[in-house]
Design a binder for this molecule. Structure first.
Ligand code: ADP
Length: 397
């Protein structure tokens, strides 16, 4: 069975083809600059890569380009588009309706559409991807939506409720939703496999640290809290996002700097976080390099990030009444020896002991980085959201 996984952005479309029988990715690619000009990059093992400019005025044309590339005898891997059994889509926001992945029907699509006010950039992009697949692969191709928010729907009311007037929250559906759910769920389940104890019997903190970052408390297999909130802005400082700040800073800046809501939104989402603090770059590799050279602002940005990770570890350990494992994943979590070491420093008395040597090793698979004396197991586990989407799609069709 061949399943296609799509992650559709406003001007991009990422895809992977899974051969579920072999459990292998047989093709992957990316369309960029859709609606501007168009650029396709495709990799198929054993075939020549494609890297070329092709006009893509919209997602439907991009999808036709993708299919043509996948069935091309020179670069592709399929005989015809009928080889694709189903398509799985990453959808950012399922609101409080979708608690798990679903087969897409006209009604489901309408519900995803009704969430647009909650995810004004992301849900329209996912809808464009779904509609493009219907047009190019045919109305009857089974399509499944896998939501970033679904895993966090188990968060209890006292944890997802903001202390704002109840009526306003009801009216605008304001509450903590959380994101990166597919990733948190996947790495928590791999950690349980590595430990050899069912996830339902473990208390795990999963740290998804990338350009966007979030931490989740996974108790007995269920998310009970997470650092991102109503939007993916809350929580940790990120590449260019501020994370949690005193909300009164917003009206203060609006008055002092004569800024409007749009400017404040851009400030918090695009000019803050690691970029804003360091003045160097949103990319942690550049910030680490500058801090080694003695750049004080780069160093403080790293210190702030690690301190916030540590605070979440503490808070979530108490929220769960204890801790069995910590998992690091995504670009920073999988690759930054420094962030893992600094965030966990000084926790030895609490049974959280890193093996400094293991922490420095690199590997493509899950690896244990805690010392044998550590009561809490610490892992680096590469995330694989596409694989979860492919598996969920197979389950739902
Ligand atoms: P996204 O949230 O866009 O999926 P990723 O999970 O790919 O992002 O994470 C990207 C971030 O990972 C980059 O900004 C970079 O700072 C960080 N990163 C990647 N490799 C390393 C590394 N070797 N050392 C430190 N940071 C790294």
């Amino acid at each position: 069975m061949i399943i296609m996984v799509i992650n559709s952005g406003s001007s991009s479309l990422k895809y992977q083809l899974f051969d579920m029988g072999r459990g292998a990715v047989i093709a992957k690619g990316l369309c960029e600059r859709i609606g501007i000009d168009g650029l396709l990059n495709q990799k198929v093992p054993g075939k020549e890569n494609i890297n070329r400019e092709i006009s893509m005025p919209n997602h439907e044309v991009a999808m036709r380009v993708v299919i043509d590339s996948l069935i091309s005898s020179e670069h592709g891997v399929l005989k015809s588009l009928q080889d694709i059994t189903a398509v799985g889509h990453r959808v950012a926001h399922g609101g409080d309706v979708f608690t798990e992945s679903v087969l897409i029907t006209a009604e489901v699509l309408d519900t995803i559409r009704s969430m647009i006010p909650l995810a004004p950039l992301h849900n329209p992009a996912a809808i464009m991807g779904i509609e493009a697949c219907s047009k190019v692969l045919g109305e009857h191709i089974p399509q499944v939506a896998v939501f970033d928010t679904a895993f966090h729907q188990t968060i209890p009311q006292y944890s997802y409720t903001y202390a704002l007037p109840h009526e306003l929250c009801e009216k605008h559906r304001i509450r903590r939703y959380g994101f990166h759910g597919t990733s948190h769920k996947y790495v928590a389940s791999i950690a349980a496999e590595e430990i050899g104890v069912p996830l339902e019997q473990l208390r795990v903190i999963t740290c998804h640290l990338g350009n966007g970052s979030s931490i989740a408390a996974v108790k007995n297999g269920k998310s009970i809290d997470t650092s991102m909130g109503f939007t993916p802005l809350e929580g940790l400082p990120m590449g260019t996002r501020s994370g949690a700040i005193d909300p009164a800073i917003l009206p203060f800046l609006m008055l002092q700097e004569n800024m409007d809501a749009q400017q404040i939104d851009a400030l918090l989402n695009k000019q803050s976080g690691m970029m804003g603090m360091s003045g160097v770059s949103p990319d942690l590799r550049d910030i680490e390099e500058q801090s080694e050279k003695g750049n004080a602002r780069a160093q403080i940005a790293i210190d702030v990030l690690c301190y916030h990770i540590k605070k979440y570890l503490g808070a979530y350990t108490f929220a769960m009444g204890g801790l069995d494992a910590i998992v690091f994943t995504a670009g920073i979590g999988e690759n930054s020896t420094l962030i893992r070491e600094s965030a966990l420093a000084g926790l030895e008395g609490l049974g959280i002991v890193l093996d400094l040597e293991r922490n420095r090793e690199c590997a493509d698979d899950a690896r244990l980085i805690s010392s044998i004396n550590s009561r809490v197991k610490i892992f680096v586990i590469p995330t694989n959201e596409e694989l979860v989407i492919a598996r969920d799609t197979q389950k739902r069709i």
